[in-house]
Design a protein around this ligand. Sequence first.
Ligand SMILES: [Zn+2]
Length: 515
Amino acid sequence: MVGRPPKDYHIWYKLPLSPLFNHSEPRRRASSTAIAAVSLLASIAISGSAIAASPAATPNLLPAESRGVTQAPPPQPINWDKVTQEATDLLSKYIQMNTTNPPGDELDAARMLKEKFLTDGIPATTWEPQHGRGIIAARLRGIGKHNKSIILLSHMDVVPANPKEWEVPPFSGTVKDGKIWGRGAIDDKGPGVIELMAMLAIKRAGILLNRDVLFVATGDEEEGGKNGAGWFVDHESNVFSDAGFLLNEGGGIRALSDNKRKAYIVSVTEKTPLWLKLTASGPAGHASDPPAETAVTRLVHALNKLSEYKTPIHVIGPVQDYYHSMAELDHGPRQQLDLAAALKDAEYQNKFLSDPSQNARVRDTITPTVLSASQKTNVISETAYAEIDCRLLPGSDPKTVMSDIKKVIGDDTVKIDVILNFPPISSPSRSPLMTAIDSLARMHDQASVVPSLIIGFTDSHYFRQKKIVSYGFIPIEVLPAEGKGVHGINEHIGVKELADGIQRMVQLLKIFGGQ
Ligand SMILES: [Zn+2]
């Protein structure tokens, strides 16, 4: 995810056949050969053995039902020890591929994941949106005629790691003490491996789902996703035109304070970035005879006013529900049963807002991060600028926020430009996918589902814009010590947590693919 995770953040964290061509090849030539190859793979993919191969002369593009597939042999048992070993090896190798963003360089990782799918007869392809950048998609076919497919999304790029600060080299993928160590173990290569291995396990066992499962791993998430998910959604949306649901990083399983019961945290919405650049101008000159006002002093005044400005408090539905559920489940402060009402009390409000991540959940935030003016002590520069990272709650209108900021600054000579913004979109808290997660929670962990908001942002918004119900939820329990490694040092994941994540993901897909 982009931005530092909040304190209690745990990363719980059809291809219509034609798009399966490789981008580096000319489209026309690639599509015909690819369709033939893919249709073959697709017929294998539907079940290990249930389908008689169609005549070679007629590429088999028909939905499974029209080929008379109504029954499959009973699924084979899954060898979980083997799956765990394979997942451990794969994650270790994946971590060793240094995909630090910038520059990302995800293409080799994308190719490795593609090979993994192809070896098991699951059609997969890669794209190279920019030189060296990579995206991969794969499709496990189901037999459902009208059911929307589900995307399992992850990102291949990682944030930088300074080896000097780490106990193990961050790109070693070391496996020791029952853990897999390295940058990306949790954010977000581990979840990607969980998604991939769950699909392979289902395919190998011959489990027939009534909908397709799409694996999509992108690059560039840590820098906003323009050369990853953004590019994919803009250029290749036909690949997932049948998708109705998506799972991504941003939520997962958390142990409650009794360390026995668990909660399934599912993020249904995210805050939206509104990144601004403030530019002040004034006369340039020598600092020995300064004018009363310069670009720098104007900028400092503007920033001073902004830092004194308190944005209004607003408890949106998922935040109210989150605190209510956690107060009930985890015996939290009783005020949190009705947070909106409790925050009307000044004393409680002060206490609540003193925690930065709590503060960020109930209001828009405005944070100056970049400052620049003269490069020399004795030179007054003509311009000075600041970049401001504003994070808006779903429902906040960027135009209104900008005009409020203008009013607060009260100096028309300070120019305001938008660097980054996208519309805030939430997914509904109720959906067939949420029902499936709820069933998994009850069956697997006797747990409850808690919808939530994440204060950072992920690639989910690109897919929410396409009206795909997207949840931040990977069925993995990340222990508090592991959560600290996200964008931090000594990132690692337990082999057991990884294996449990795959088992739960298989279970979830069986529930969701059996509805
Ligand atoms: Zn991430």
